[in-house]
Design a protein around this ligand. Structure first.
Ligand code: SF4
Length: 555
């Protein structure tokens, strides 16, 4: 496809919010493959960038999080491009491509570039279908062409570094660079080993250094080294300490120790030498994925370490003068109260410098996701109502534990924080992102009958609330709809989905989103004799049957 104006193929890579390293790699790979490509990398949408997207022959959406797929803004942009510029082809790539079916369901794009795309993307631009998932226009079926290449060496190409890279801040760093890919870990909640594989593939040090110099030329000050676990750089059967230390030393020689961090480390791949190097050449922090204070949970998460190992590595890091942040995952389907209490004890013992608490978010295609799907809602702390000390806050057990652990951590950090009213509200909000907002559900015809009754029989000027006395959480409704659909309209045998529930994803609430709407319908019941004919279970089935009838007939 050629652009008549200047004979160049216009490609815009849109990496929402941040210029991710992956987006820069793809840009560099495209640049290397064909001089006729005119490639731009953008991270936000303003009038100019919108025009750029509409003029592009190809738009590549670089997405790193499942929640981006269901982001309404992104959907609107994709719809807008499709509507206004019929010849623009849109492809999605990045870590989200592990589950192309979801993307093709949610976004009207032309295809999904599967896996690491630096070798396949240039060919896909030229019309190849290898490494592409797309919807067949003849029968509407999703075709998934996994790339033939099993093992991909990290491509040696210059990155496409945008001019304003120095203006961005990702947790304090202007850019996270990738020195290696893959992870030898098995953590059940993580998609890294599935996406990048278990073999560690590292960039030659010389290339890393050249990249860092290039970033510096563009004004970048602060660099974070990522790639899963930092100390696995050049890992071959065991940690290559000398290469890891040389990496830190050489990068810090360019940017300075105050501007280098190597945040993510596994407790079982650090020792005195590596931690001393972190202290000497970087800002002097490590972040360990500690996840839980219960050996049972660590075992079920396949962390490959136990509580004792976690505590020992924290102690060692502190002895080396390195500050330690730790992250915890709360509310896994099999987390018992005792496991949670052990995690609280662990936080007291560990005296961490910083603590991150998150809920067990089931990322599609991970073992955790399967466990969530196979656990009855009533046994999953993420959905069980909390009846303990935070009962009045209307939280689930998972949320209550998450909130409680955040408060607890503030008290037991090396530098404890006072729990102010403001901090209390911030932490409470952070704990409630789970679809647990409560709404009152009423079958539509019952609602119509209520309105009709109030209109004809009600007293002029009076207010009548109409409600079903059927308060249910949003997540309950989503699960229920999926269960009924699985029964009434089973997923095609060719699909990789086993249940509609696999399509459930969580989105951020809009600001000020109400936690609960409740309706007291006693006035219309007592004064006008209104009563709902349907209960929740009969009403929801009728509703779903109506929609199935409508959309099947429309097709
Ligand atoms: S060690 Fe880290 S990157 Fe590796 S599988 Fe576990 S969570 Fe994922």
């Amino acid at each position: 496809m050629k652009n008549n104006n200047n004979n160049k193929i216009k490609i815009t890579i849109y990496s929402p919010n941040y210029y991710t390293y992956g987006a820069m790699v793809i840009g560099g790979a495209l640049q290397k493959s064909n001089t006729k490509y005119d490639i731009k990398l953008i991270k936000n949408i303003d009038d100019n960038n919108l025009k750029l997207l509409l003029k592009s022959n190809f738009v590549l959406l670089s997405l790193y999080s499942t929640s981006q797929i269901i982001d309404e803004n992104l959907k609107n942009i994709v719809n807008f491009i499709k509507h206004k510029s019929k010849n623009t082809k849109i492809f999605v790539g990045g870590p989200v491509s592990a589950y192309p079916e979801i993307i093709l369901e949610e976004l009207p794009v032309d295809g999904v570039i599967i896996g690491e795309g630096e070798l396949t993307t240039p060919n896909i631009i030229e019309g190849s279908k290898e490494g592409l998932a797309y919807r067949d226009i003849n029968n509407n079926e999703i075709i998934i062409n996994t790339p033939k290449l099993k093992k991909l060496e990290i491509l040696h190409a210059d990155l496409l570094i945008p001019k304003d890279i120095a203006n961005q801040s990702i947790r304090g760093a202007n850019v996270y660079i990738e020195t290696h890919r893959g992870c030898i870990g098995n953590c059940t909640f993580c998609q890294v080993p599935t996406f990048f594989g278990k073999e560690i593939r590292s960039k030659p040090l010389e290339e890393v250094i050249n990249e860092v110099k290039e970033f510096k030329k563009r004004g970048v000050k602060r660099i974070a080294i990522s790639g899963g676990t930092g100390s696995l750089y050049n890992f071959k059967k065991e940690v290559n300490k000398s290469m890891f230390m040389e990496l830190l030393e050489k990068v810090s020689n360019i940017v300075g120790t105050k501007n280098l961090s190597v945040p993510d480390m596994r407790v079982d791949y650090v020792d005195e030498d590596t931690l001393n190097a972190v202290k000497k050449y970087t800002i002097g922090w490590v972040f360990f994925g500690l996840e839980s204070g219960s050996d049972n949970i660590l075992k079920s998460m396949k962390k490959g370490v136990n509580v004792k190992k976690n505590l020992n590595s924290i102690k060692l890091a502190k002895q080396c003068g390195v500050k330690v942040g730790g992250s915890f995952i709360i509310g896994a389907p099999n987390e018992k109260e005792i496991d949670y209490l052990l995690t609280k004890d662990f936080i007291v013992d560990a005296e961490l410098d910083d603590v991150f608490v998150s809920m067990a978010e089931p990322i599609p295609k991970t073992e955790l996701c399967n466990l969530v799907l196979n656990t009855e809602i009533k046994n999953n702390p993420m959905f069980m109502p909390h009846n303990g000390q935070y009962k009045r806050l209307n939280l689930t057990e998972g949320e209550a534990r998450c909130f409680d652990l955040m408060l607890h951590s503030e008290n037991w950090k090396s530098n404890p924080n006072m729990i102010t009213k403001q901090l209390y509200s911030i932490l409470l909000n952070e704990s409630k992102k789970d679809g647990k907002n409560i709404r009152d559900w009423l079958y539509v015809l019952d609602h119509c009958k209520g309105i009709d009754l109030a209109y004809h029989k009600g007293k002029s000027g009076e207010t009548y609330n109409i409600g079903g006395r059927n308060e249910r959480t949003n997540i309950y409704i989503a699960n229920k709809i999926c269960e009924i659909l699985d029964e009434l309209y089973p997923i095609s045998k060719n699909s990789k989905l086993r249940s509609y529930k696999e399509l459930i994803t969580f989105v951020t609430d809009r600001p000020g989103h109400d936690r609960r709407y409740a309706i007291d319908a006693s006035k219309i019941e007592n004064k006008l004799g209104w009563k709902a004919d349907e209960n929740f279970d009969s009403g929801i089935i009728k509703t779903i049957e109506w929609y199935l009838g409508k959309y099947n007939n429309d097709n």
